[in-house]
Design a protein around this ligand. Sequence first.
Ligand SMILES: Cc1cc2nc3c(=O)[nH]c(=O)nc-3n(C[C@H](O)[C@H](O)[C@H](O)COP(=O)(O)OP(=O)(O)OC[C@H]3O[C@@H](n4cnc5c(N)ncnc54)[C@H](O)[C@@H]3O)c2cc1C
Length: 527
Amino acid sequence: MSLPQQEIRSCDVLVLGGGVAGLRAALAAAESARVTILTKDAISESSTAYAQGGVAAVLGADDSFESHEADTLRVGQGLCSPKAVEAVVREGPERIHELMDWGGAFDHEGADLSLAREGGHSRRRVVHAHGDATGFEVMSTLLARVRAHPSITVIEHAFATDLALSAGRCSGACAITATGTQLEFAAGSTILCTGGLGQLYRETTNPALATGDGIAMAWRAGAELADLEFVQFHPTSLYIAGAARHLITEAVRGEGARLMDGAGERFVQRFHPDGDLAPRDIVSRAIVEHLAETGESCVWLDLTHLGARAHERFPGISRITGMYGIDIAKDRIPVHPAAHYGVGGVVVDLDGRSSVPGLFAAGEVAMSGLHGANRLASNSLLEGLVFGRRAGLCAAAEREAAPHHGEAATEGRLLPAASLHVADLRNSVQALMWRAAGILRSGDRLRATLRTLERWYEFMQRVELAGTPAREARNLVTVATLVVRGALWRAESRGTHFRTDHPERDDLHFLVHGVQRAGSELDARPI
Ligand SMILES: Cc1cc2nc3c(=O)[nH]c(=O)nc-3n(C[C@H](O)[C@H](O)[C@H](O)COP(=O)(O)OP(=O)(O)OC[C@H]3O[C@@H](n4cnc5c(N)ncnc54)[C@H](O)[C@@H]3O)c2cc1C
């Protein structure tokens, strides 16, 4: 048997991930450093590429920073960091104008940017591109600049397996290429931009690569993680058995689309005065509770009032639904909630520094304090732009000479790789999480789920991990355990986290972050 090939490489700043956060971080770091970006799939494949609705920023004449900040804080339900909110909101317009200077083509109405209104926003402030292909435009604009940059190297199809540590500092990462070559990267600073964790759940809008790898790697490296119990469920993903759960953007409801049940009755108003435009967690809960009452398997989104204009305004949705024989100008769309966004993550400060020296994080993998207990629609692309840049600048400024490679944070294995049925494990985690740690949670079920996950985790510790699917499955089990631990501890309901046994918000005990770190008990930390 031939041994796997091994290569040792070095750079000033290593960026793990090539979505909005990773690309923006790389461009910032490359102003003064040699940068390498690793992506586990093609660089064009990321949640960023699928983002539809847009990017929120204060650009309208009737808008103000105070209003965007107030909306973000209100939706975050007491857990936002006001400094992070201020940083993102106030830098937002500059980041959008910069993208336009770099060739980003956002939709206009005459000479002005076309601004949409989405749930939770009190103003029209969401810029969009090609109707509903905003993420693709953001990604393509940044990627063209990255590709042209002489100080940035991109390595695609390289799966980062673990961070490396040297004398308590992050000194790079290990990765495996598609051909099985093991790469050891020594880096002066490392930035995690690995995106979200939607693949923890059976129903998700996220692409297959969103397996929480960055959170699991940061955990193994001893970094602080917080607020993992907050997972945002999007109320409207296309629901056709056997088909991918394509997102149907909230902007559709912003344009007047209505949610109704099979009998054509509107029901969300019963749960919240803002009706169909209430925050995502409330609309998602309204749907699952209404489905439980009616016994139906999905609800329906109706934008037929737009007539043929529906195709022009939402060409992407028109194309996707068209594949299933649905004409959005005439037919209602079957929809169901799905896991959409991981609100918590690696704890970072205003410059993207994590608690491990030399390790930074930005984008969905990070917990910057912007979102609190829930994310305001279209704030995450903005967060990736603002915090990606901040982390990139700081990682370059604070880098140390690329060290000799440190120890990867991994453990010994006993069972052969063939003992692990990877697809079964992945499906089992997704089904369990959807049932027990999804939109409605309870202490009893979470406790039982935690016991199950701990058994599976124990198994994963013993089995040899061959190939990236096995490593992704290990990461899913790790992150699921952390999400459930956080959800069990937070015995209240707030933001995206709803406990049927504690349906009220409890500021007396839970106006705090739940911080988790390997080897420590969960720590309740003040805002
Ligand atoms: C369908 C959909 C629609 C959305 N619409 C909007 C919207 O309209 N507005 C908005 O603000 N937000 C939206 N969001 C959320 C937003 O798109 C994401 O939160 C954001 O794009 C995340 O960016 P990111 O850079 O953190 O991660 P991603 O864009 O997910 O990029 C992650 C990167 O990390 C890499 N990676 C992951 N693990 C590894 C590993 N182990 N080794 C190497 N590389 C790795 C991946 O290859 C990828 O390059 C949407 C999300 C989805 C799924």
